[in-house]
Design a protein around this ligand. Structure first.
Ligand SMILES: NC(=O)c1ccc[n+]([C@@H]2O[C@H](COP(=O)([O-])OP(=O)(O)OC[C@H]3O[C@@H](n4cnc5c(N)ncnc54)[C@H](O)[C@@H]3O)[C@@H](O)[C@H]2O)c1
Length: 441
């Protein structure tokens, strides 16, 4: 197949699409593609997931799938299989596998593994799109190289390649198809084909000049976040000592109509994007002897935050005459982000281990998980009606947690608000960045 033929079957929605990796990124994407009429196969190495999906069950309990999902499965417009089978039957292959970091370096195991499956079955004229987050040049150097070695074909000449990093924000009501889609190809034909394909279901497509330009867009977006959060966390430490309410400062600075974007300090940064993606950029910098000292320091500051909250908690324990071995701490909210169940790299979990290591009796509370699920993860589960709690720590600002009636908790001495999310003054609330709410006398 050549570019003209692929263009024609994309226009007719006759191109077969394979989506590799059915997590937070891949699964909703596969649904959107199938919805507009492409016969789509979702592929994953997790056979449990494939079995559930094949009978129309959503394996991601915190992700609401489009209402069309079940019907798409029933009509087999959307089906599910192993990566190998999906590689064999698709013309457009979209990669959405995890790209975590390992000891602050990219862990490209999943990219290499999916590239092998694809390399075994890639045909001339296929379009391969990488939506996984990677540093500049990694699509070319790793993904393309493995596919080329496996297939004997040449990227850009025999098959088309595009980098199109996903930009979703779980929990954010902006729909997937409303987020402008950045696409950068290994050559002009690749970009053109990807623009045509994505334009069939995305509201706006933004072509860029190369694979590396697209990869860099993602790097700069998430590093920008990490950097600014690092800065506000640094300022928060100053405001704590200086007793200046940083929350007031930020919300006031945000009234400036230009040149300022609010970021907020917290117990830490979690998830698989902001704390990890910047390490991809830093590692790419090492390849060309360019350092990112400011970014590296921001990441260190963000990683220090659970330790910083622990330090504050221990100081407060001295003030309140609480001894760790006789003190019950409850962590409210375990996810890294409001109203979702994703606990990957969650600072609340890091904090849980830190406070447990200090000898406190630690329990957790999070209604987004069943008690059985939490016990299955070796947590002691807190029951607000019956259990005692001396220190409440807000690990995540889920709505059900912010709305909880903390006055009803037995023997509560103070709250450490790791998200600056509470505004009631019933017991002392110690936030981050000079935010202290004392009971009215
Ligand atoms: N989750 C987010 O909010 C988000 C946002 C933007 C970008 N991203 C990026 O998108 C990519 C995917 O992230 P995610 O959150 O969807 O990950 P995830 O862990 O939720 O899902 C990834 C899926 O890929 C599967 N997988 C692993 N190896 C595979 C292989 N060889 N073949 C097929 N499937 C395989 C896993 O079993 C898993 O189901 C990552 O690069 C991530 O950084 C994620």
């Amino acid at each position: 197949m050549d570019a003209k033929q692929l263009e024609s079957i994309i226009k007719l929605k006759e191109a077969r699409v394979g989506v590799f990796g059915l997590g937070y990124v891949g699964l909703p994407l596969a649904v959107e593609i199938a919805k507009v009429g492409f016969k789509t196969t979702g592929a994953d190495v997790d056979t449990n997931k494939i079995e559930m999906l094949a009978v129309g069950k959503n394996p991601l309990p915190d992700m609401k799938l489009d209402s069309a999902f079940e019907q798409l499965v029933i009509t087999r417009r959307l089906d599910f299989s192993s990566p190998e089978a999906a590689a064999a039957k698709s013309d457009i292959k979209i990669i959405c596998v995890p790209t975590p970091s390992l000891d602050k370096y990219p862990d490209l195991t999943f990219i290499r593994s999916v590239a092998k499956y694809i390399g075994k079955h890639v045909k001339r004229g296929d379009l391969i799109i990488n939506e996984s987050t990677v540093g500049p040049k990694m699509t070319r150097k790793i993904l393309c190289s493995v596919i080329e070695a496996e297939s004997g074909l040449e990227a850009g000449k025999d098959f088309f390649v595009v980098a199109s990093p996903e930009r979703i924000d779980p929990g954010n009501p902006i729909s997937l198809t409303d987020i402008p889609k950045v696409v950068g190809g290994i050559n002009k034909e690749s970009t053109k084909l990807a623009v045509l394909f994505y334009s069939s279901f995305m509201k706006k497509v933004v072509p860029v000049s190369s694979l590396e330009a697209a990869e860099m867009v993602k790097m700069i977006e998430n590093s920008f976040r990490a950097l600014n959060i690092g800065f506000v966390n640094e300022v928060a430490k100053f405001c704590d000592v200086s007793k200046i309410d940083m929350h007031e400062i930020i919300t006031t600075a945000a009234t400036k109509p230009y040149g300022f974007m609010p970021h907020y300090p917290s117990i830490g940064v979690g998830g698989h994007c902001i704390p990890e993606d910047p390490y991809y950029l830093i590692s790419s910098g090492e390849d060309v002897s360019v350092k990112f000292p400011i970014l590296s320091l921001a990441l260190n500051t963000n990683e220090s935050m659970p330790y910083y909250v622990l330090y504050n908690l221990l100081n407060k324990c001295t003030e309140f005459d609480l001894k760790p071995e006789k003190t019950k701490v409850v962590i409210f909210g375990l996810a890294y982000k409001k109203n979702i169940r994703d606990t990957r790299l969650s600072p609340a979990l890091i904090f849980h281990n830190l406070v447990q290591n200090e000898g406190f009796d630690v329990k957790v509370y999070d209604e987004l998980f069943s008690k059985e699920e939490l016990r299955g993860k070796s947590f002691s589960v807190f029951s607000p009606e019956t259990d005692e709690c001396h220190i409440a720590v807000i690990g995540c600002d889920h709505t059900h947690i912010v709305n909880l009636d903390f006055t009803k908790l037995k023997n509560l001495k103070f709250i450490m608000d790791g998200k600056n999310s509470l505004d009631k003054k019933h017991v002392p609330v110690f936030g981050i960045g000079g935010r202290i709410l004392l009971p009215e006398t």
